[in-house]
Design a protein around this ligand. Structure first.
Ligand SMILES: Nc1ncnc2c1ncn2[C@@H]1O[C@H](COP(=O)(O)OP(=O)(O)O)[C@@H](O)[C@H]1O
Ligand SMILES: [Mg+2]
Length: 365
């Protein structure tokens, strides 16, 4: 990502799996860390966002490393307030700028309805207020269930992405050239002595050898990167919310646009395919999990293919990017758990296979 001055260095550290000294770095367990806030300060923030503190009937904290509050108001409406991350390098207003841009892009209606609306906030308050989807589940919960994800959800999701990817971006890109994204793979995999010495986890050696074997493929991904659309770039399954009521006027919502920019649409699609694959790898040995993953991927890709103009080579790229997602997962395990464990080894094995032989049969049998 280019927005960030140390971006190239961070990208190497993240994808090649070594520690790098960064200001404000902390282990950040996502769910357990209590964030304290001062009620007086909160009232100032609410006022700054145009919300009367006396009209608040309930506040619920959402799961996040940062402070994210669901605020319910006396008139029955609700807003989601999102504070910036306190990690120095993540403390920015990218999401505010990106969400402001949405109102100027010419999205198809179904896609626009699936994107958050900015209600208030900005550089002065540092907090953003968004519209809320009520009674929804993250896609991650549905992937972890025993059944394949409902076909209707997958087809709607594919339609939202197809709409996002065909929305013209030339004008916006001319205005924000610094929002150009690159594939999240290192350009070179030769390590400096510092990088070798700071490799993370017990199996850093195994991990880095796999990455080095894939260096020619990474170069090809860089050469063939087509930054033609707006891409989300962090298409994790917990960033997709699905309404429980199938007749809901807002059936799904794609949240968390902090890393978004102009990039290759095949990356978002590959990332999502990778999330479905992770559902099977996390429950390795469970036939149900692998059957569900196959169904989810086939249904989603069939719908996306019909709604967009995918060629065979594009599908191969999508599977390669799914492989990249698995490698990123392995690197994250080394950095956070200190070991690949069984799931990390599977991610490494299948990630490599998908990149070298990008076809669904690699993982879907
Ligand atoms: N518009 C929204 N409607 C309902 N819940 C939301 C909305 N936006 C975020 N959330 C909830 O807040 C959590 C964190 O928000 P998110 O934007 O994903 O931030 P991050 O992952 O960077 O902490 C989400 O996982 C979800 O549970
Ligand atoms: Mg999120």
């Amino acid at each position: 990502m280019i927005h960030n001055p140390g971006a190239e260095e961070l990208l190497r550290a993240r994808t090649l799996g070594f520690y790098t000294p960064r200001p404000g770095r902390r282990p950040a367990p996502r769910q357990t860390q209590e964030i304290t806030y001062d009620i007086g300060e909160l009232a100032t923030t609410l006022n700054g966002l145009g919300i009367d503190p006396d009209s608040v009937v309930r506040m619920t904290k959402c799961i996040s490393r940062r402070l994210v509050l669901l605020v319910e108001l006396a008139d029955g409406s609700a807003q989601l307030l999102k504070w910036p991350d306190s990690d120095t390098e993540l403390d920015n207003d990218y999401e505010y700028v990106m969400l402001s841009l949405f109102d100027r892009l010419d999205f198809p209606a179904q896609t626009r309805a699936a994107l958050p609306r900015l209600l208030a906030g900005g550089p002065e308050t540092r907090v953003i207020a968004l519209d809320v989807v009520r009674d929804c589940d993250p896609l991650s919960d549905l992937i972890r269930g025993r059944q394949p994800v409902d076909t209707g959800h997958l087809v709607r999701l594919a339609a939202v992405f197809a709409g996002l990817h065909r929305t013209p971006i030339a004008e916006a890109y001319a205005e924000y050239p610094e929002w150009l994204l690159w594939p999240p793979v290192p350009k070179t995999t030769d390590l400096s002595p510092y990088e070798y010495a700071h490799g993370c986890g017990m199996e850093f050696d195994v991990y880095i050898r796999t990455m080095q074997d894939l260096a020619p493929d990474f170069r090809e991904l860089h050469d063939d990167w087509r930054p033609d659309s707006l891409v989300h770039f962090d298409m994790r399954d917990d960033n997709i919310l699905i309404a429980r009521d199938p007749d809901s006027p807002l059936p799904l919502r794609i949240i968390d646009w902090e890393l978004a920019g102009f990039g290759d649409p095949r990356y978002d699609i590959g990332y999502l395919v990778g999330q479905f694959m992770m559902g099977a790898l996390r429950r390795h040995g469970d036939m149900n999990a692998s059957t569900s993953a196959q169904r989810n991927i086939r249904t989603f890709l069939t719908a996306y293919r019909r709604l967009s103009t995918l060629e065979r080579a594009d599908e191969e790229r999508i599977f390669q990017y799914a492989g990249i997602t698995l490698l990123l997962q392995a690197s994250m395990r080394l950095q956070q758990l200190g070991a690949l464990n069984r799931v990390g080894h599977l991610c490494l094995l299948y990630g490599r296979r998908l990149i070298q032989n990008p076809s669904p049969e690699v993982i879907l049998r």
